[in-house]
Design a protein around this ligand. Structure first.
Ligand code: RIB
Ligand code: CA
Length: 307
């Protein structure tokens, strides 16, 4: 079976970095056509630099990086403190990037690549969905050309992590999430329901670090710095899904996001029961189950294969 061709839209971010490394270690399952960056864990210039730094680390500088939106749709924000450290990659001292982002904006790159490859390009937003939403707004014709959007965001049946109600990616740009959720594209949602089960343990980190080479050691160093704040491997779940879908189980639901309430901004509401959906067909497959041991075994195997 041919590898899944994806655009990875991200806000590196330590777990974004691990998602990138996992994708690079699984060419049989995933081909990263482009990386697009967005404001999220840190400000856009830093998420873009961080994507380039991870490409340097992995020796994959041929993959194009396109910088995207520097703010959510409705209002600018300032990102100060992050569980990802001051530089967004755990402040482990990764060198400055050797490469530069492409001149083409991320939104235009998404539109172009989808139009050039109808039915072929899966979008994988693992940060706030601003770039994806802006692409769908600017070029509505691309929606039927996108086979699937597989995203990290939301919390369908459990509290948020950023606020009691909202997961971070949906909280930063709830309007973008709503545009994506209602675009009519096939959606697979990796929300906190499943990603919060991907808990990083000190023993696993020590074992992998001892067995690995420089790339693995850098990845574990980033995870050690990040783990104190949010020891979950959120974003790599999206990539693991392409490598071994049997790791996960889910349910179909109608999912929408709260965009107006100051208290519940970014909350994702999932309706599974017919009565709750009130005649609306499901718009997303919400992942809820994970074989955690097999996920971390896969991540160990793939990280070690990079060195
Ligand atoms: O809530 C977790 C998500 O928010 C992850 O994608 C993390 O990188 C941040 O973007
Ligand atoms: Ca992210």
């Amino acid at each position: 079976m041919a590898p899944r061709r994806i655009i990875l839209d991200c806000d590196p971010g330590v777990d974004d970095a691990l998602a990138m490394l996992l994708a690079f270690a699984a060419p049989e399952a995933v081909k990263v056509e482009a990386i697009t960056t967005v404001i999220g864990n840190v400000m856009l210039p830093q998420t873009t630099a961080n994507a380039l730094r991870i490409l340097d680390l992995a020796g994959r500088t041929e993959i194009p990086v396109h910088a995207g939106c520097p703010r959510p749709i409705m209002a600018p924000i300032e990102r100060k403190k992050s569980v990802h450290g001051g530089d967004g990659l755990g402040d482990i001292g990764l060198p400055a990037p050797t490469g530069r982002a492409e001149a083409e904006h991320a939104v235009d790159a998404i539109i172009r690549l989808v139009r050039e490859n109808p039915g072929e390009i899966t979008l994988c937003p693992i940060g706030p969905m601003t770039n994806v939403a802006m692409a769908l707004i600017k070029a509505p014709d691309i929606a039927p050309l996108i086979p699937e959007i597989v995203f990290m965001g939301g919390a369908a049946f459990r509290p948020g992590n950023s606020t009691p109600a909202a997961e971070f990616n949906f909280m930063i740009d709830p309007h973008a999430a709503q545009v994506m959720l209602t675009a009519g594209v096939t959606l697979t949602m990796f929300g906190l329901d499943v990603t919060a089960q991907a808990l990083i343990t000190p023993d696993w980190m020590a074992d992998v670090e001892a067995a690995g080479g420089p790339i693995t050691r850098a990845a574990i160093a980033m995870l050690r710095a990040y783990g104190h704040g949010d020891p979950c491997l959120h974003d790599p779940c999206v990539i693991a899904h392409f490598i071994d879908p049997s790791l996960f189980q889910g349910v179909d639901a109608w999912v929408e996001v709260e965009t107006t309430s100051p208290l519940a901004r970014g909350q994702s509401i999932a309706a599974v029961a017919e009565r709750h959906r009130a005649g609306r067909a499901p718009n997303a497959h919400v992942i809820t189950g994970l074989d955690t041991a097999r996920l971390f075994a896969l991540l160990r195997e793939k990280l070690l294969s990079l060195d």
